[in-house]
Design a binder for this molecule. Structure first.
Ligand code: IMP
Length: 456
């Protein structure tokens, strides 16, 4: 199994990190191929919790090559915090490699992301405000700063200057907004208050300070900067296994998701080639990860959303709070129309279903099998038109629920018959086999279906 892409099949937060962590055991290298620190993975290892935003999940294995590919947008401050955090816990990061071609999230990207969301008001996307969209926009505009630019202070400064120039208007508006907010809060206008604080330009946007700060990041990151595409080729050509780790998910894909309520990159498996620098024939398997129900953070259509006590059960039992922003996730039933779409779009060869344990105690279980539009048209496949999706009513099939605590189940036979029937129904409708089922947060809390892999 030399090249395996692992992607989200829903709206993100499916538990891809855990699946990558498990598959990484048999892999030589793991590479993240898109997104940035808008993502968040939680891995529980021997009762210890690890949260990552940028570093690939495989870092917990000594000796595996862990790469941040060219398709990722990288906030160096966040990456260095993660590196320092791992070092403090005694984890070796010597095998971390960062693509010299990855783009950097700059302080103005973060400010512009927030400002854009505020400007959109009620129409806001609900971004993570980590600067993802503005950074990818600069990449497309060819105004991006790349990791390799950190290594030459002169070039770095010139590029930052060029990138800042077209943003002056927006940044000026921002600082006016900021001043107004500060004034309203009483800062700098109180008797004895420091007026210069309210009037001062944002220090994060000072060209000199920014260039110095980023050059310092460059010094620290230099040992990790590499030609990661070549490292992927070398591993694959030597018969090794490379995992292509996706972030976010299919329905948040810039091209194929619920635009504009999407992220600014392509989380689908096809993007692994571009974002890691390999060819389509290098990817032998595509694993999709889906929760046994569905969740979404941020705004946008979510046909099977529940706003009742069943949704509350999922939120509470599933601890559905964002790893990155802490926001409550919206919860709903498993949506097989959307899942079938994700299966085909990614040409998935296997599914991993996570958090099946959260459904225990819900009876009956419902799964959406088709949508019906306001006008009564039936949609067996995912509608491409936004307006239809926004108003689509799902039609459900009901399946019997189960009450038992399944968190100790380790084989298919341990699962209650209703849980097995639920999985069979999902696999049949999705058209791909389920290979792995998550029954709890721990890395051992999994049920392998079919060929068993060893989990220490
Ligand atoms: P952005 O990626 O921060 O621009 O946010 C765009 C949309 O994608 C928002 O709805 C976010 O909530 C969502 N999003 C981004 N990253 C993740 C993730 O890792 N999990 C779930 N949703 C995400």
């Amino acid at each position: 199994m030399p090249g395996i892409a692992i992607v989200g099949a829903q709206w993100g937060d499916e538990g891809k990190g855990k699946v990558v962590d498990l598959l990484a055991e048999d892999a030589e290298a793991i590479v993240r191929f898109q997104g940035g620190n808008n993502a968040g993975h939680t891995i529980v290892r021997d009762g210890e919790e690890f949260k990552f935003h940028l570093i690939p999940s495989g870092i917990l294995y000594p000796g595996k090559l862990c790469m941040i590919g060219n398709g990722v947008v990288l906030d160096p401050r966040v990456l260095l915090e993660e590196i320092d955090g791992l070092k403090r816990r005694g984890i070796d990061v010597a095998n971390l490699r960062i693509s010299a071609n990855a783009h950097l999230i700059m302080p103005y990207h973060v400010l512009l992301d927030t400002a854009g969301e505020i400007k959109l008001g009620k129409l806001s996307i609900g971004t993570t405000r980590r600067g993802i969209g503005p950074c990818y926009a600069d990449k497309a505009l060819r105004l991006g700063i790349r990791v390799q630019d950190l290594l030459d202070e002169k070039i770095l400064r010139k590029k930052i200057m060029a990138a800042l120039e077209p943003k002056q208007q927006a940044l000026r508006e921002l600082s006016v907004q900021r001043r107004k907010l500060r004034k309203e809060a009483g800062e700098g206008s109180r008797e004895g208050g420091d007026q210069s604080v309210a009037e001062a330009p944002d220090p994060r946007l000072d060209l000199h300070a920014m260039s110095e700060e980023f050059a310092a990041y460059g010094h620290r990151l230099e040992p990790h900067i590499a030609d990661t595409a070549r490292l992927c080729w070398e591993t694959l050509d030597a018969g090794g296994t490379v995992l292509f780790e996706g972030a976010q998910a299919t329905l948040l894909d810039l091209d194929h998701g619920t635009y504009p309520f999407v992220t600014s990159s392509n989380p689908v498996a096809g993007a692994a080639c571009v974002g890691a620098g390999v060819g389509p024939a290098d990817i032998d398997e595509v694993w999709g990860v889906a929760k046994a129900y569905a969740t979404r953070v941020g705004a946008g259509p979510f046909p099977t959303e529940l706003e009742d006590e069943v949704g509350r059960h999922m939120l509470e039992r599933g601890h559905e709070f964002g790893t990155t922003t802490g926001r409550e996730r919206r919860c709903g039933w498993m949506d097989l129309v959307a899942l079938r779409y994700a299966v085909r779009l990614n040409r998935m060869s296997a599914l991993a279903i996570t958090k099946l344990d959260v459904l225990s105690g819900i009876d009956p279980l419902r799964v959406a099998v088709r949508y019906r539009s306001r006008e009564g048209a039936v949609f067996d496949s995912f509608p491409y038109h936004q307006s239809i999706l926004h108003s689509a009513e799902p039609e459900y099939e009901e399946l019997p629920g189960f009450d038992a605590d399944i968190s100790d189940c380790r084989s298919e036979a341990d699962l209650p018959p209703q849980a097995r029937a639920y999985l069979d129904f999902v696999a049949e409708h999705a058209g791909v086999p389920i290979r792995l089922v998550g029954v709890g947060p721990g890395r051992d809390q999994v049920v392998w279906i079919g060929e068993k892999r060893s989990v220490p």
